[in-house]
Design a protein around this ligand. Structure first.
Ligand code: FAD
Length: 434
């Protein structure tokens, strides 16, 4: 462990990017240099949230305690929501922690920093669509995914006893947004529906869990190559998912989703049509883009030289395309590795590496349930995108998940975790039913 004069790095947000950064820095420099703040006491890799929503991943088994991660990786963990930054005093404010009955557990706190890293991710962007924020669920937090799961179970239970006379036994789920999140959720729900009805809700047959995926653009998976989108759509349609493209949602009500001249019945609506950074970003006095993401330069530094940002809450230039780096776990992971080198130099008081951050797009993989996947990978030699499908794509998708856990737990820890996940699946219901 190296240590120079005390330089305090504070990382706000322990998600795909922030946690990996805390682990890398903590292992090298120790807890007096590295503090991680997160609003949640445990970490779940966000790309698993569609599985939490479908009940195929149990947050109580999957969640990794930040306290344990901090202890094992040499950083300090502060539980609480960051509510603001006093840039003059270089101090982050963290909200008081309250019990479910409102009684205080921890008071409001100020955490001093020399360098602050913003890594607080993103939330669903409802684009001011009437009723969307009120009635649709956006899978941006573990709580939201868990709320969706419980709602789905309740609605399926009601349907199984024919509580709704108009369409007994029918449950309509509408997913707005045909990006990777919407597509993966549709496939996962299809599989979960089979399992739930097999476990004793006989009134609801899998065919009666009607899943509709609505996409505003001309096709699903817009940023991915067309043949990947075609393959994904074919797999979804085979599973009975109704895919509706070129259809812009104009209103969500308690039981319907309206789009142009169509109205879809919706017992549950999931909003996966875009993201924006949390409203807190607006309070920091830093330069933002239209999605509230803080603008950073090619070293991931904001307009304040002591504040960096990474992941979904940052708008980093992607020089090769003239766009900003996409909001993906792959980007957050690469940014965390890059910033670990820059911030290590800050801690050590040495010159930072001269090269700017370069996002390398390795392609995208989309899981279609537990046995299938589709995606495109960048061919290293050809530079072209290669189509991958079937169980190979699914396996490679699983490997990206494993690689995040290998970074934070070590490869042995990640392998044991995968093994225990596999064994649990054989001794527990495939879908969490309570
Ligand atoms: C269902 C779903 C599926 C996805 N699938 C993929 C995929 O297959 N591949 C891919 O590349 N990307 C995928 N993504 C996108 C990917 O999850 C994000 O791009 C990635 O997680 C961004 O990482 P991050 O570190 O910026 O933020 P996050 O991983 O979202 O982490 C943000 C952290 O900040 C914490 N936080 C937020 N606000 C505060 C606050 N005020 N104070 C303290 N803590 C705070 C949160 O608790 C969280 O731990 C998916 C996203 C979703 C929702």
């Amino acid at each position: 462990m190296t240590s120079g004069p005390l330089h305090r790095i504070v990382i706000a947000g322990g998600g795909a990017g922030g946690l990996e950064l805390a682990v890398r820095l903590g292992r090298r420099h120790g807890p007096e240099h590295v503090t991680l703040i997160d609003a949640s006491p445990f970490h779940i890799w966000k790309p698993s949230l569609h599985e939490v929503a479908a009940g195929t991943v149990d947050i109580h088994r999957e969640g990794l305690s930040y306290a344990m991660l901090a202890h094992d990786n040499g950083f300090r963990f502060v539980l609480g929501e960051m509510t603001g930054v006093d840039r003059q005093a270089r101090q982050v404010s963290v909200a008081a922690l309250r019990d479910t009955d409102g009684s205080p557990i921890l008071p409001e706190r100020g955490i001093p920093y020399d360098t602050l890293v913003l890594a607080i991710g993103s939330l669903g962007n409802f684009f001011n669509t009437p009723g969307a924020e009120q009635y649709a669920i956006s899978l941006d937090t573990t709580d939201a995914a868990e709320r969706f799961r419980l709602e789905l179970l309740k609605i399926m239970a009601r349907a199984s006893i024919g509580a709704d006379e108009a369409t007994p036994g029918v449950v309509n789920v509408v997913i707005v947004g045909g990006g990777a999140t919407g597509v993966e959720l549709a496939a996962e729900l299809h599989e979960a529906g089979h399992t739930i009805s097999a476990y004793g809700l006989p009134g609801v047959s899998p065919q009666n869990l009607r899943i509709t995926l609505i996409e505003g653009g001309p096709r699903i998976l817009g940023p991915l190559p067309e043949r990947v989108a075609r393959a994904a759509e074919a797999l979804l349609t085979e599973r009975g998912v109704q895919v509706v493209a070129d259809c812009r949602v104009s209103e969500v009500t308690r039981h319907t989703v309206a789009a142009q001249d169509k109205v879809f019945d919706a017992d549950l609506c999931v909003w996966a049509a875009g993201i924006k950074a949390p409203a807190l970003m607006d309070k920091l006095g830093l330069e933002l883009n239209g999605m509230q993401q803080v603008k950073v330069d090619e070293t991931l530094r904001t307009s304040d030289p002591d504040i960096y940002a990474l992941g979904d809450c940052a708008a980093a230039p992607w020089r090769e395309t003239g766009k900003t780096v996409p909001a993906r776990a792959q980007a957050a992971h690469q940014q965390a590795s890059y910033l670990a080198r820059i911030l290590s130099a800050r801690i050590e008081g040495s010159a930072p590496p001269a090269q700017p951050f370069r996002f390398r797009d390795f392609g995208s993989l989309v899981s279609i349930g537990h046995a299938e996947g589709v995606g495109s990978l960048m061919g290293n030699l050809s530079g072209r995108k290669l189509l991958v499908e079937g169980w190979i794509a699914r396996l490679m998708y699983g490997a990206t998940h494993w690689s995040h856990y290998a970074t934070v737990l070590g490869w042995w820890g990640a392998t044991l975790r995968s093994l225990s996940r596999f064994l649990n699946r054989r001794s527990q219901p495939r879908v969490k039913l309570h």
